[in-house]
Design a protein around this ligand. Structure first.
Ligand code: SF4
Length: 318
């Protein structure tokens, strides 16, 4: 819970639940798990209670227990923030995991609907439950609630994005973090996914090309991409070709693209390194060289350009 967020495209985080269960390969090095374990050992009784029982040490290392704490005392937090904020909901967990009761989701959604001056970013790997829940809930008049799904490979993009696009919402966003392989998202974007020789980037041209928008179909409105952080033996590398392909698709389809970070392993071709002998390096199967370091140090430049484009909050609300 923070009124200032380290997530660069948000102003604040709001986590009304604590505890989670790993869902797919992107969860392997979950940072929230380490954080929750640390918080459970905090001498502050409020923090300790919030995270108690959510993690445990196993023969394979630290894991979630599957127990989820519902933090009712935090439900009111967004109401106390008077200045409008872009709020990431549930950064330390997954709001739509099965362990969160339907009635508690109602409480979270009631709060979000009551506070239209904020923009709420939802992000889940449980896309089907989010879509089923939001189908029951009247969200059409709540353009400040932006559902999103987290995908790490093509398989999970194909599983989760169609569920996301079932939701009637003003904005649908996708977080591809950690990006673990090539992912083609072009089929779910509104404009051209590829350059057209006749009329580049022109949606209304007469070359016969039809966009999802011209067909009246829902689309991805914003994409965030990032690599994995963590210890050298754990963090997985992100090939720059995978990021460039998503960035190029976003450019051609005019979809806002945010490049968050390279993660722990930066591809050497993207930087001007001096004496690499001094650095911790490794190579992937294609022979590409990577250097280990801090994501903050690597920054968020892709081909020397900072990729920071996220839609502005929309006016309106209930
Ligand atoms: S869904 Fe998110 S919080 Fe939950 S285990 Fe996976 S990465 Fe961690």
């Amino acid at each position: 819970m923070a009124d200032k967020s380290k997530i660069p495209y948000c102003d604040a985080t709001w986590s009304p639940i604590a505890g989670c269960t790993k869902q797919s390969p992107g969860c392997r090095n979950c940072f929230a798990l380490r954080n929750a374990h640390r918080m459970a050992a905090n001498p502050n009784p409020k923090l300790h209670r919030r995270y108690a029982g959510t993690t445990h040490m196993t023969g394979h290392g630290l894991e979630w227990t599957g127990h989820v704490n519902l933090c009712r005392e935090l439900l009111d937090v967004p109401a106390q923030w008077k200045r409008p904020r872009r709020i990431f909901v549930g950064a330390m967990s997954d709001l739509f995991q099965p362990a969160v009761p339907h009635a508690f989701l109602d409480c979270v959604f009631e709060m979000m609907k009551r506070e239209p001056r904020h923009t709420f970013l939802l992000l889940t790997k449980h896309a089907q439950r989010m879509a089923d829940y939001m189908a029951l809930y009247d969200v059409e008049d709540a353009p400040h609630i932006w559902p999103g799904v987290s995908v790490e490979t093509q398989r999970y993009a194909e599983e989760r994005i169609p569920e996301l696009l079932r939701i009637k919402a003003a904005m649908h966003w996708v977080s591809v973090e950690p990006l673990l392989g090539p992912v083609d998202l072009s089929g779910w974007m509104w404009g051209r996914a590829e350059p057209c020789e006749v009329c580049p980037k022109d949606e209304d041209c007469d070359c016969g090309y039809q966009t999802r928008r011209s067909l009246g179909e829902p689309t991805i409105d914003s994409i965030v991409v990032g690599g994995e952080t963590g210890w050298p033996d754990h963090a997985r590398r992100m090939n720059p070709l995978w990021v460039q392909a998503i960035r190029d698709t976003c450019v051609y389809s005019q979809t806002p693209f945010w490049f968050k970070s390279w993660g722990a392993w930066a591809p050497a071709v993207q930087f001007e390194f001096g004496d690499l002998q001094k650095e911790r390096t490794c190579q992937d199967d294609t022979g590409l060289l990577y250097v280990y370091g801090s994501p903050t140090e690597w920054g968020n430049k892709l081909d020397s350009v900072t990729g920071e484009n996220f839609p502005e909050p929309q006016k309106g609300g209930c």
